[in-house]
Design a protein around this ligand. Structure first.
Ligand code: FES
Length: 182
């Protein structure tokens, strides 16, 4: 099997390709792709945004979650050609919105990651929840992240971390840095 990197950048002669333009984290990217290439693989192997993980490639785990035209989607459920003309935000892009900083601090404070494989998908789902449902209850947080699997934490610490960010934002506060000198 050829590597996905080769699928994106070194398409063999005779293989039909399509040109797609996607705005990723505010930057317009134009690439030639095989029509069968998944959006998740274009983002990760083609565009080198490796914060987006590939866990199951069957739309179950949520590790590949990105924001697609403002909505969280599992990028393994979409072909790259279907994303032509769209706006995509990956976990790398979250740094610009400021949402990542609070969530990162809170995830650290609650030890809400162990292996870290699910973290980028969780952070994107959580960032969207904070924006769309700032008054979400603990149960609603659980429901919101139900499409993202975590194999290590048992979810409690992740829910605690997200709820703390919601509480802090409701009070107009920031999450305190975990490191004393930060
Ligand atoms: Fe897309 Fe698991 S890799 S849902």
């Amino acid at each position: 099997m050829t590597s996905l990197y080769e699928e994106v950048t070194q398409v063999p002669d005779g293989v039909p390709t399509r040109r797609v333009t996607i705005t990723v984290n505010g930057q317009k990217r134009t690439v030639d792709v095989e029509p069968r290439l998944l959006l998740a693989h274009l983002i990760r192997q083609g565009l080198k945004l490796t914060g987006t993980h590939s866990g199951c490639d069957t739309s179950n785990c949520g590790a590949c979650t990105v924001l697609f035209d403002g909505r969280p989607i599992k990028s393994c459920t979409m072909l790259a050609v279907q994303a032509d003309g769209s706006v995509v935000e990956t976990v790398e892009g979250l740094t610009k919105s400021g949402a990542l900083a609070d969530l990162q601090e809170s995830f650290m404070r609650h030890n809400a990651m162990q292996c870290g494989f699910c973290s980028s998908g969780m952070l994107l789902a959580a960032a969207e929840l904070i924006e769309k449902q700032p008054k979400a209850s603990r149960e609603e947080v659980r429901e919101w992240i139900s499409g993202n699997y975590c194999r290590c934490t048992g979810y409690h610490s992740i829910v605690d971390a997200i709820v703390d960010v919601l509480d802090a934002r409701a009070k107009g506060q920031k999450i305190k840095p975990v490191l004393a000198n930060a």
